[in-house]
Design a protein around this ligand. Structure first.
Ligand SMILES: NCc1[nH]cc(CCC(=O)O)c1CC(=O)O
Ligand SMILES: [Mg+2]
Length: 336
């Protein structure tokens, strides 16, 4: 059948005109995803030459420090600016006071040193929170009533952040949601001379059910025993509160803001960027990764196209970058 491209007096405005050719689609494209936007989370384990698969996160593997350093050099070649480090410690290093969190020779601290040694140009972001180190899997210290106490936890977080900075971390990223920890950490870093150690604050971190696979990956799911984190992570129903949290952390000295989870919270990313105008990042969390992978494995979604579309959506929402388990794959896709 042949149709006339132009049948009548309508319409004068044809938005499709600019979409008709690749040259003009490129000219009017508003947002771009590049490898500069990507941060890769890495799970580190004790030992040598060993990797472990994470069952609920197909394609993600935990690895020993020696393998981490080889990976770091590949990531630099791919143009990925930074990694976020998550230690997976065994039960022997978990305690009620989480003292392993700030051990000078702890797993995270050793991994930071090795990474900065192997690939100094790769930014290293460390997670400041106690959940890998507490016997109960909560992000802070627990009192007799089962409540996660704020101020005593902050004192431990300060020790943890300092130990990361001393190991050479470029960015410390408190993900615990205690009140006042950014100010306390900033003061301690300044006092100890770490004036250029950056703070990326998980200021808008929600009590989300999308974190399940991560808790498997770091082995905090089993001991959390169905308990929730509602007394410190934010209610998914709220967004004004996210702005309040972000404003407080910025006033206390945060350099960058993280919104977490990602895709279900893009409205929060947009509001933070519009109203606070600071470097804003989002975390495409483990549950988002897992559900994408499940659909890919079933042939329900096109893997490469959906990975890139899901990440571009963060840019469109105003994010300056995305912490994503797809970072390495996306950087490779963007290369060709
Ligand atoms: N400090 C806790 C922490 N660090 C990273 C994640 C989740 C990351 C992901 O799901 O990918 C969480 C959430 C939680 O267990 O409450
Ligand atoms: Mg807060």
């Amino acid at each position: 059948m042949s149709f006339s491209p132009n049948r009548g007096p309508y319409p004068n405005s044809r938005p499709r005109r600019l979409r008709a050719s690749e040259f003009s689609r490129r000219l009017v494209r508003e947002n771009r995803l590049t490898s500069d936007d990507l941060i890769l989370p890495l799970f580190v384990i004790e030992g040598r030459g060993e990797t472990q698969q994470v069952a609920s996160m197909p394609g993600v593997e935990r690895m020993t420090v020696d393998l981490l350093t080889a990976k770091a050099r590949e990531l630099v070649k791919l143009g990925i600016p930074a990694v976020a480090l998550f230690p997976v410690v065994d039960a022997a290093h978990k305690s009620d006071d989480a003292r392993a969190a700030y051990a000078v020779d702890g797993l995270a601290q050793r991994a930071v040193r090795a990474l900065k040694d192997a690939a100094p140009e790769l930014g290293v972001i460390t997670d400041v929170a106690l959940d890998p180190f507490t016997s109960h899997g909560q992000d802070g210290l627990m009192n007799e009533q089962g409540y996660i106490v704020n101020d005593d936890t902050v004192e431990v977080l300060v020790q943890q952040a300092l130990s990361h900075a001393q190991a050479g971390a470029d960015v410390v990223a408190p993900s615990d949601m205690m009140d006042g920890r950014i100010g306390a950490i900033r003061t301690a870093l300044e006092r100890e001379g770490h004036v250029n150690t950056q703070i990326m604050s998980y200021a808008a971190k929600y009590a989300s059910s999308y974190y399940g696979p991560f808790r498997d990956a770091v082995g905090s799911a089993g001991n959390l025993k169905g308990a929730n984190k509602f007394s410190y992570q934010m209610d998914p129903a709220n967004s004004d509160e996210a702005l309040h949290e972000c404003a407080l952390d910025l006033a206390e000295g945060a350099d960058m803001i993280m919104v977490k989870p990602g895709m279900p919270y893009l409205d929060v990313v947009r509001r933070v960027k519009d109203e606070l105008k600071v470097p804003t990042f989002a975390y495409q969390v483990s549950g988002e990764y897992a559900m994408h992978c499940a659909a890919f494995a079933n042939g329900w979604l096109n893997r490469e196209a959906v990975i890139l579309e899901s990440l571009l959506a963060f840019k469109r929402a105003g994010a300056d970058g995305v912490l994503t388990y797809f970072a390495e794959e996306a950087a490779k896709l963007l290369q060709d």
